[in-house]
Design a binder for this molecule. Structure first.
Ligand code: PEP
Length: 249
């Protein structure tokens, strides 16, 4: 049985007061039967660690450095995130891949670096609109997943989460239909199962891409969708909690 996880990716939105209030409201309203995580901007991790300690809401970060330590101006090491109470870290979000040039190899290194720091990587996979239209969804998602499987090995997924996020659905208001999402989630699970059926059955695969309270139920009803990675709707406590409520049922 996979306990659903709903994670909020705040990206670079809000300010400190909003972060504090949003986290407190989400923690106060967190339903049972679902795990919650919030991924605020780096500078707010310390304050949110205090706000969320003792609550059912876990803390996560949106990125981590490829390296463990050293002269890497502007970067943040996984160990530093762990010191601030992070349990999760997003790895390979499409904005990191497309805007900051993170290759499959970089993402695979970050995945391993996260685990070495004791963090649970949330590995983001997804195809662009053009790739979908060209019928390349499975090959793109498979290639992104294989890069991590080849580097880290299938057993590493005992301590990892996958998020399928079609690039064309992120922040656009377009959502994959439940059937489209389920097909890719099943493909991801089969890809894991080729190497380890137990890992495939246990790994949580979240869906992300314009998930809102009103479309969450149909997506989360699919057998291979184990929760959500939520961008825009996680910036509003009521919307995020409504999605969590659906996931808890
Ligand atoms: C995301 O940021 O990963 C995301 C899925 O955003 P949104 O929910 O706004 O599409």
């Amino acid at each position: 049985m996979r306990t659903p996880l709903v994670a909020g990716n705040w990206k670079m939105h809000g300010r400190l007061d909003m972060a504090r209030e949003l986290a407190a409201r989400i923690a106060a309203g967190a339903p049972h039967g679902v795990e919650l995580a919030l991924c605020p901007p780096y500078p707010y991790l310390g304050v949110l660690q205090q706000t969320l300690t003792g609550t059912p809401v876990a803390l996560g970060a949106q990125n981590l450095a490829e390296q463990a330590e050293g002269a890497f101006t502007g970067e943040v090491a996984g160990e530093m995130l762990a010191e601030f109470g992070c349990r999760y870290v997003l790895v390979g979000h499409s904005e990191r891949r497309s805007l900051y040039g993170e290759t499959d190899a970089v993402v695979a290194t970050k995945f391993q670096r996260a685990q070495a720091a004791g963090l649970v990587p949330v590995l983001c996979l997804g195809e662009s609109q053009a790739e979908r239209e060209a019928g390349q969804t499975d090959s793109v998602v498979g290639r992104q997943l294989d890069a991590v499987l080849e580097t880290a090995g299938v057993a590493a997924f005992h301590q990892a989460v996958i998020a399928y996020e079609p690039v064309w659905a992120i922040g656009t208001g377009l959502t994959a239909s439940p059937e489209q999402a389920q097909a890719v989630h099943a493909f991801i699970r089969q890809r894991l199962a080729r190497q380890d059926a137990g890992v495939a059955a246990a790994t949580r695969v979240l869906y992300g891409g314009s998930v809102k309270a009103d479309n969450a139920a149909s997506l989360l009803a699919e057998p291979d969708i184990d929760g959500g990675l939520i961008g825009g709707a996680s910036l509003d406590a009521d919307s995020f909690l409504a999605i969590c409520q659906v996931a808890s049922l």
